[in-house]
Design a protein around this ligand. Sequence first.
Ligand SMILES: C[S@@+](CC[C@H](N)C(=O)[O-])C[C@H]1O[C@@H](n2cnc3c(N)ncnc32)[C@H](O)[C@@H]1O
Length: 362
Amino acid sequence: MHDIVKDYYGNVLSGSDDLQTNACCTDDNLSNSLKAILSNIHDEVLTRYYGCGLVTPELLKGCHVLDLGCGAGRDCYAIAQMVGESGSVTGVDMTDEQLAVANKHIEYHREKFGYAKANTTFLKGYIEKLNELDIADNSVDLVVSNCVINLSPDKHAVLKEIFRILKPGGEIYFSDVYADKRVPAHLKDDPLLYGECLSGALYWNDFENLAKSVGFAEPRLVSSRVITIDNDELAGRLEDINFTSATYRLFKAADLEQDPQDYGQKVTYKGSIPEHEAEFTLDQNTTFVAQQPTQVSGNTWRTLQQSRFNQHFIFEGDFEKHLGLFDISDAAFDFSSTKASSSSSSCCAPKPETTEKKSSCC
Ligand SMILES: C[S@@+](CC[C@H](N)C(=O)[O-])C[C@H]1O[C@@H](n2cnc3c(N)ncnc32)[C@H](O)[C@@H]1O
């Protein structure tokens, strides 16, 4: 599978327009600061963007970030601006052609960002074997990844490696493709379906259990978006499976329980995270309004305390009195309309019948 994927991203595709799904289309719902950040990135890098979501969490100043399957480096160069000159970004990818584009523009971006020294480096290697790249245990503040883990033949190894290298309290914030049921083996062997980030996708519930099994006790769904397939023949091969692109965050937090429990604890968000002064959204089920005490589960209390968000919250309560299961609505995926599309081509060309739907990946 590694060779098939290298060929697909190194030789078959030459830009986002060549993709057969809308996965790389990002909603036009970008903040002005993110638009400004993306406008600083070299065109050749933007053209070779094959991601399926936004992997730009809050509060990155000074962080050391690792981007797994960085491709031509769009997210690395975006995050390089967010971590600032005191932070750094390392991209890892196995495909020479992708890394060549990423490496070619290091100096361009250093100058564009006004940094004395470039804060971005790229390493050739496999995301299943970060140990071979000498990435030490507990050494990385944050891992990001954009539409890559579905392509790995050994997803357990990838998640285990991420858990190993993250610092305690660190997180992986990543977008990927998920299926609404398990993909049968004969579809996994189809190189086009696999390369297009479809048939390697995990059934979302298998993914959550896999993440838990390596130590990420409480996977948090941030957002999800239906993927449509712009090729009838390809869509037909996928039988009745529907796909979504979802962004999850997984924290490496100690002492979390299997299910969220209620101890009557509260946290108050201080309103101090830049660009999120009014409210801060941790995940699809959890938004904190500034200065307003909010009831949280023991797991959320511990996760916030151990994470880089700690100093932005006031914590009230303890674990003395248990009140039962913490009531949260289940994270909801939308798998409704994968097969709705038909005719036209790339992720970036507005389709005639859906011109009001905005896309901004190109
Ligand atoms: C869909 S592209 C996404 C690239 C990039 N994240 C972006 O958003 O443009 C997948 C990338 O992951 C890389 N990749 C896939 N499997 C990999 C693995 N096991 N180890 C390292 N890189 C991998 C591919 O070479 C390719 O560049």
